[in-house]
Design a protein around this ligand. Structure first.
Ligand code: CTP
Ligand code: ZN
Length: 180
């Protein structure tokens, strides 16, 4: 008698497992997306980057010369943004100045600090009122392009970005931004 009971129990528990198996064979959209870029153990994930700013963010962080793992993805589908870019940098934490520079080209980006595979913190950059020594002036005759003068721009509008050169008063939009 006890034997029969046992076998009945185990059959029941096997039945309970079945729905889980179904879920695994049909992962959620979210999970599928995660599979495209692997999670990182330590470092920084910059998420919600407008697609056209993804490579500018990579340039700001000088990722070309980073020795750790760098994953850059762009044109990913995002519910809130339509399309977005994401950058994962292993073994790097950002300075506040780097986070603020990112905010110049990606005001809504989220900077996630990853420790031991967990998101430890989320930082939003603050677009500065004045941008010193980050952006190149698009005016070829501007003094900053001809002499040893550090560039300086005033932020007229944050989103979409509009800045004005302190020296030649050239107005520039986000499409004109070239990082020094
Ligand atoms: N991430 C990662 N490696 C980890 C943990 C998280 O690459 N070890 C990435 C996730 O893929 C995601 C970002 O870091 O792109 C933020 O993670 P999380 O806060 O878990 O995601 P969401 O809740 O979607 O973030 P948000 O609310 O900011 O959209
Ligand atoms: Zn200028």
């Amino acid at each position: 008698m006890p034997k029969t009971k046992k076998s009945r129990k185990s059959r029941r528990s096997r039945e309970k497992i079945k729905p889980k198996k179904v879920n695994l064979s049909a992962p959620k959209e979210e999970v599928k997306r995660e599979l495209k870029i692997s999670a990182i153990e330590e470092g920084t994930v910059i998420d919600h980057i407008p697609t056209d700013a993804t490579f500018k963010v990579a340039e700001i962080l000088d990722l070309e010369n980073h020795q750790g793992v760098v994953s850059i993805a762009t044109n990913l589908t995002s519910k809130s943004m339509g399309k977005k870019g994401i950058i994962k940098v292993g073994g790097k934490s950002l300075t506040q100045s780097e986070v603020n520079k990112i905010a110049i080209v990606a005001p809504d980006a989220t900077v996630n600090i990853i420790k031991n595979y967990d998101v430890k913190d989320k930082i939003k950059g603050i677009t500065p009122e004045v941008i010193d020594n980050v952006v190149k002036c698009s005016n070829p005759v501007c003094i900053t392009n001809n002499e040893q003068v550090i560039t300086k721009f005033y932020v007229m509008k944050k989103d979409p970005l509009k800045i004005k050169c302190h020296y030649c008063e050239r107005s520039m939009g986000k499409e004109d931004i070239e990082i020094i």
